[in-house]
Design a protein around this ligand. Structure first.
Ligand code: HEC
Length: 259
């Protein structure tokens, strides 16, 4: 009896030992994977998203899938993005909104396969100060060519952008900087487009003044008719502007609403 009991006790000890080793190994692997997550993958995904975001803001233009392809290819050839890493870049910007969203998904094999963090997702929101796309853009770029159908998610993304903008202080600052609302009605878009070709060269991109004075808070100074009069006949060093009737009215309404 004693011998049998001792025998089972021995087996139990061996099982306990193996279990502890397994748990320890799992623990070590988890720690390594966290280390890879925080030390390598997260900063890299952040870098990439930031790169793309500042490119758009500095160059004042939205980007195409080809641009992203060239960007990823360049970063791969410099060795920054490894062949073993999977990267997906999602870019979206609605046609009537200066805000855009960049999402980077990154995953890979790190520390010789011991630590593979689950996919890292980084979201960036920015403001495109330049031209707006004619149609909303939403693309999902993966260098291996696999591309899930995302055409139906545009609406959802627009919602995400709006929600995010509400709690992002930087976006609020950008809003203040532009001095105008981000969502434009069709009528406001008409005014903005007309002003982009006829007025901003002298009055500045944000209408805060350049060669000509600021066009913000005009309603404290002029009536709508007087603004129209200035556009039609010019004033001082400002030449008369030749525009179609609808653009002129749209501009007057828009300028009058800016304060
Ligand atoms: C070639 C440069 C130029 C362009 C283009 C131009 N402006 Fe001007 N604008 C000026 C200058 C300079 C003044 C200051 C005139 C003065 O008071 O002597 C001015 C003044 C004005 C004023 C009066 C501002 C004030 O506070 O008195 C308004 C309004 C105005 N511009 C609107 C427009 C609009 C709208 C457009 C586009 C349709 C436009 N301007 C295009 C140069 C320009």
């Amino acid at each position: 009896m004693r011998v049998i009991r001792l025998f089972f006790k021995g087996i139990w000890m061996v099982i306990k030992f193996i279990l502890s080793i397994l748990i320890l190994l799992l623990f070590i692997q988890q720690v390594l994977s966290w280390a890879a997550y925080f030390a390598i993958v997260k900063p890299k995904a952040n870098d990439i998203a930031q790169d793309i975001t500042s490119y758009i803001q500095i160059n004042e233009r939205y980007i195409s899938k080809e641009w992203v392809h060239n960007y990823v290819t360049a970063r791969k050839s410099s060795g920054y993005i490894k062949d073993s890493e999977h990267i997906t870049i999602i870019y979206s910007q609605p046609s009537n909104d200066r805000r855009f969203e960049v999402t980077v998904y990154l995953s890979g094999t790190y520390l010789s396969g011991l630590a593979d963090p689950t996919i890292v997702v980084v979201n960036y929101y920015g403001v495109n100060y330049g031209d707006l796309p004619e149609e909303g853009i939403y693309f999902n770029y993966r260098p291996d060519g696999y591309e899930p159908d995302t055409s139906t998610s545009m609406k959802i993304v627009e919602k995400v952008i709006v929600e995010a903008a509400v709690d992002e202080p930087s976006i609020d600052e950008d809003l203040a900087y532009l001095g105008t609302d981000f969502y434009f009605t069709e009528y406001e878009m008409k005014a903005i487009e007309a002003m982009q070709s006829s007025c901003i060269a002298c009055h500045g991109m944000t209408l805060e003044g350049l060669v000509g004075p600021s066009l913000i808070n005009l309603n404290e100074k002029y009536s709508k008719d007087e603004i129209l009069e200035i556009i039609v006949n010019g004033k001082g060093n400002m030449p008369a502007m030749f525009l179609d009737e609808e653009s002129k009215i749209a501009i007057v309404e828009y300028l009058y609403s800016l304060n």
